[in-house]
Structure formats: structure tokens, C-alpha cells
Design a binder for this molecule. Structure first.
Ligand code: G4P
Length: 527
């Protein structure tokens, strides 16, 4: 086995999908704790950082030095190297989440045992199903009274349309919680409440039929045996192949807060979750074991570290080895780019990348030349496929308090739009600036960040735009004609591409009918 394929085989790159409050942050802390990446749980990021109100998001921004390290976390576990990519909590950031999901090889779904399948989990699962992403399931908060486990599995199967294979099973719940039974290993892991500090190594009883089980569980032992027999009869056995195809999800129960059931989850996860997989490009499929480096950018963030005012592009390595300082080919621009000061993301600090392997994430310094969806190679003209871009649905005119700050405003809007959550348009006629976003919260966030990061006070007001389309045409003269005729509806986006801002959907429809020679796209071209 070559060194590269050994490294590929060790990697597990995944994201956690869940409804807010299910326990994603708590579980992340425990993973890092067991991975030895942090000393004490609770220090990953400010609690409530991923909460749903604007003010909380802004709080998080204040602590950006900490929160950034949590967008990508790498930790060793057993022989494996685990990359956990964080997904933003608020629904308005969902496009960001979708793109993060294109950069992982598998996902972990966290469900609150009292609430079952919730709305955001359904949405995120839909995205995972589009790509047949393999899913592990963790049903959390066993220390609280929840719903019947069998009912929860039924709900996952019916609502999410994925077969469940229980791997661990709760013995009691809430105040009666005694532990979990590991169906694959025939082990009983006993729960001792109040041990939610550092690692918890629970007492393990080997064998459901053992005398020790009777001794410790008393009459519950017989009940458990009956229940497990029932569960085995009524549910599916874990089938690795079906899991890898995204047809079946292994299910684990536990309590993240109490460090309980987390190690069995992590043990099986690093064993069975897929290593970095081959990836489709527009021309061919790239195998992770190819010698030459390839990667794509799935996230761009401005001003990550206020002290340095740097911007960063997050690249997932798809093949080959990334070496600090190496020259990369920026395919869209057809240019070479040096990667001095590139970063890898360890859980405890931003560490300088010496090497990164397929599945790892590298942070490239971005001077405005790198966009979401960009591919980097060692020279080959490849373009990775399937990185979604979303059309804004809400539009506002940007009002500047101090007209002398126009330059700073334009710079701020351009840089923030590179992150992909908002789009910034300069209408061809007049001096207005228009901002498009997918969710309302984005306007508050942009106003806040313009103030905090660019010292510009801006307000947003209603503007007569209902929808937008990126326009293009192979025939330059036809495009020029179209441009002259429709000047009042046309704008340039931050990257200089031409966009049609339609006041109504009917107007758009008419424009499309009148100009069959023009291509109208709902999303910005990534390449
Ligand atoms: P999220 O990232 O998915 O939004 O969830 P987070 O981990 O922040 O957890 C949401 C709440 O659920 C937190 O309580 C957390 O302590 C609690 N929680 C997580 N896992 C468990 C568990 O296994 N059992 C119980 N009983 N609670 C759990 P909070 O009161 O909202 O926050 P905090 O004040 O405890 O930080």
C-alpha cells in the first residue's frame, strides 16, 4: 500500500445534520474530547453559538477567533483521522449547509428522543438523499423521558424514507435509564448518571444471557431479552453495503451530555463510514489515490480573523497530496497560485498545513480571486461538478448613511457576497446598489458586518425586484442588442456577470419569450 492510499484509508470526513437543539454542539464537544483534541468538554465554542437569533450569530462573530476553528475540526481517533465539518445552525444559512454537504463523504444525523424527526432534519436529509450520502443516526438525550424507541425508528423510516438498523438499544429511558445494549457486540454498557465530565468508561457486561446481566439488571434483564428479540425480529440487521448506498442507517442511542453511548457510536463510525470517495468532474471521475492534487472550494469566508482582515477559501482535497507552499492551478482563471500560509484545521488551533490528504480541508488565503465551486489542480483543466448555488429570492436597495463611504460599502458588499449567502448587484443605470439574499436574516447580518468590519453604516429598503436571472449568449452582438434594449433591468453582480433584475415574474417571462437567443439562468455560473 502506498503512503497516499494509506492516508486516504484513514480519513473520515463528515458533517452533523440535525434540528437546532438536538445536541449537535454537545456531541461535537464529546467527539473532540474522545479524540484527545481538547482537554475538557465545553471549550469548543461559545455555547449557543449556533443558535437561531441574529444577536447570537453576532455574538459568535465576536468570538470569531474561536468559532472559525469550529467550522472545520480535525481529530485523530484510533487509527483514523476524522474531519468534522460544521454546518451553520440557522435556516437562513442553509445554502451554506448544502455546500458543506457536498464536501463530506458521510453524515451523522442527531435526533432528540423526545422530539423525533424535526423539520430541519427532513430538509437536510433530502439533500443527503440527492447524493446518496451514507448516514449514521444518533438518538440523543436518553437521560430524559422520550418517545418509545421503536416508534422513533418507525418515524425515521416513514418520514425520511430510510431503513433503520439499530446497533445500540436503550435499556430504560429518563430516570429509569440503565444503559444500552450493543446488538453487534452483544455487550451491555451500564449508565451511571452524573458522570458528565472527561471520559466516561462505563462498565461493560459481556453477553445479554450472562449471569452478570441478571445480577446487575435484576428483573429488567428478562424484559430486555424479550425486547431485543422483538427488535431483532421487527427491524433490519446492519448491512454495510446498504448503508454505503444510503439505503440504510445504523442507529445508536445515548446521551451526549452525559458522555453516554458516544464511544460505541464513534467506534463503529470510524470503522464503517466511507473513506474519501471518487468524485465526478465535468469530464471524468477523480480517484482519491491519484498522485496529482485536485480539490474544490465549498466555502468562502471574509474577515475571519479581524486582526488580519484575511479572507479564506475552504478547499476539500479530492486527490493527491497538498503540500504547504505548493503551486496550484486555478482552473477557472487559468492561473498558477502559490499557497503560502495555507492552513489546516486542527480542533484546538489554526495550524499551518504541512501536508493535507484527500478528505482534508485546506484554508487558502483569498484575495478575492477564489469563489465557491472553484477547482484547483496541478495543471489539468478539471471542474468538479455538483456544488449548488442558490438564487436570491429577496432583494433590498442599499442605503448609505454617509455618501463618502461608497467605496468602503462597495468593497464590503463585494467581499461579503463572495461567501455565497448574499449577492450584490450594481444596476447599469443609476447609482443604486441592490442586495439579494435567500433569507431575511442575511440583511441584518450584512448590515451588522458592514458596520463591524468595514465601518460603514447601511440600511436596506424595499426595491422593485421580484426575481433575478444571470444572462448570457454565445453571440456577442445579440447580447449587446439585448443589453441596450433592457438597460433598465440589467445589473452586474460582484464578479461582473450580467444579471436581469425582473420587477415581476410576468416581466421575466415576457423577456424570455422575446429573447429566445439569450440564456437566463436562475443561479450564477460556478465555473
Ligand atoms: P445544537 O448544537 O444541536 O443546537 O444543540 P446543543 O448541543 O447546543 O444542545 C441543546 C441543548 O440540549 C443544550 O441545553 C444541551 O445541554 C442539551 N443537551 C444536549 N445533549 C443532551 C443530553 O444528552 N441530555 C440532556 N438532558 N440534554 C442535552 P441548553 O440548556 O439549551 O444549553 P446549556 O445551557 O446546557 O448549554
Amino acid at each position: 500500500m502506498s503512503k497516499l492510499s494509506e492516508q486516504v484509508a484513514r480519513r473520515r470526513t463528515f458533517a452533523i445534520i440535525s434540528h437546532p437543539d438536538a445536541g449537535k454542539t454537545t456531541l461535537t464537544e464529546k467527539f473532540l474530547l474522545f479524540g484527545g483534541a481538547i482537554q475538557l468538554a465545553g471549550s469548543v465554542k461559545s455555547r449557543k453559538a449556533s443558535r437561531h437569533a441574529t444577536s447570537d450569530w453576532m455574538e459568535m462573530e465576536k468570538e470569531r477567533g474561536i468559532s472559525i476553528t469550529s467550522s472545520v475540526m480535525q481529530f485523530p481517533y484510533k487509527e483514523r483521522v476524522v474531519n468534522l465539518l460544521d454546518t451553520p445552525g440557522h435556516a437562513d444559512f442553509s445554502e451554506d449547509t448544502y455546500r458543506v454537504l457536498t464536501a463530506v463523504d458521510s453524515a451523522l444525523m442527531v435526533i432528540d428522543c423526545a422530539k423525533g424527526v424535526e423539520e430541519r432534519t427532513i430538509k437536510l436529509m433530502e439533500v443527503c438523499r440527492m447524493r446518496d450520502t451514507p448516514i449514521f443516526t444518533f438518538i440523543n438525550k436518553l437521560d430524559r423521558e422520550g418517545r418509545e424507541p421503536i416508534e422513533l425508528l418507525d418515524e425515521v423510516e416513514n418520514v425520511l424514507g430510510i431503513e433503520c438498523a439499530p446497533v445500540t438499544w436503550p435499556i430504560g429511558m429518563g430516570r429509569r435509564l440503565k444503559g444500552i445494549y450493543h446488538l453487534l457486540r452483544d455487550e451491555i454498557h451500564l449508565y451511571e448518571s452524573g458522570k458528565n465530565y472527561m471520559r466516561q468508561e462505563p462498565r461493560v457486561i459481556q453477553g445479554l444471557e450472562s449471569a452478570e446481566a441478571d445480577e446487575v439488571l435484576g428483573p429488567m434483564a428478562a424484559e430486555l431479552r424479550d425486547e431485543i428479540e422483538l427488535v431483532k425480529g421487527a427491524s433490519h440487521d446492519f448491512d454495510l453495503d446498504r448503508y454505503l448506498k444510503g439505503e440504510q442507517t445504523p442507529v445508536f442511542f445515548g446521551s451526549a451530555l452525559n458522555n453516554f453511548g458516544v464511544i460505541p457510536l464513534l467506534d463503529e463510525f470510524v470503522e464503517y463510514a466511507p473513506q474519501p470517495q471518487p468524485r465526478a468532474t465535468l469530464g471524468r471521475t477523480v480517484d482519491p489515490n491519484e498522485d496529482k492534487l485536485t480539490g474544490f472550494v465549498f466555502k468562502v469566508q471574509a474577515n475571519m480573523d479581524p486582526a488580519h482582515r484575511d479572507r479564506m477559501a475552504f478547499m476539500r482535497v479530492c486527490s493527491g497530496v497538498f503540500e504547504k507552499g505548493m503551486k496550484l492551478h486555478h482552473v477557472r482563471l487559468g492561473k498558477e497560485q502559490r499557497t503560502h500560509g495555507a492552513l489546516t484545521f486542527m480542533a484546538d488551533e489554526r495550524a499551518t498545513a504541512e501536508y493535507a490528504y484527500p478528505g482534508d480541508i485546506v484554508g487558502l488565503h483569498n484575495h478575492g480571486t477564489i469563489g465557491i465551486g472553484d477547482t484547483f489542480t496541478e495543471g489539468e483543466a478539471l471542474q468538479f461538478a455538483g456544488i449548488p448555488s442558490f438564487a436570491p429570492e429577496l432583494f433590498r436597495r442599499v442605503q448609505l448613511r454617509d455618501p463618502l463611504k461608497l467605496k468602503a460599502l462597495t468593497k464590503g458588499l463585494t467581499q461579503l457576497s463572495e461567501e455565497g449567502a448574499t449577492q450584490f448587484f450594481k444596476p447599469i443605470v443609476g447609482n443604486d446598489l441592490v442586495l439579494g439574499a435567500v433569507g431575511m436574516l442575511q440583511f441584518d447580518v450584512v448590515a451588522y458586518r458592514l458596520m463591524a468590519e468595514y465601518k460603514v453604516e447601511a440600511r436596506f429598503e424595499a426595491v422593485n425586484v421580484a426575481t433575478c436571472r444571470w444572462v448570457s449568449c454565445d453571440d456577442e452582438r445579440a447580447l449587446e442588442k439585448f443589453r441596450n434594449k433592457n438597460e433598465q433591468y440589467l445589473a452586474e453582480d460582484g464578479g461582473g456577470q450580467l444579471v436581469y433584475l425582473a420587477p415581476t415574474r410576468v416581466n421575466l417571462q415576457l423577456a424570455q419569450e422575446r429573447h429566445p437567443e439569450i440564456t437566463f439562468r436562475a443561479t450564477r455560473e460556478v465555473s
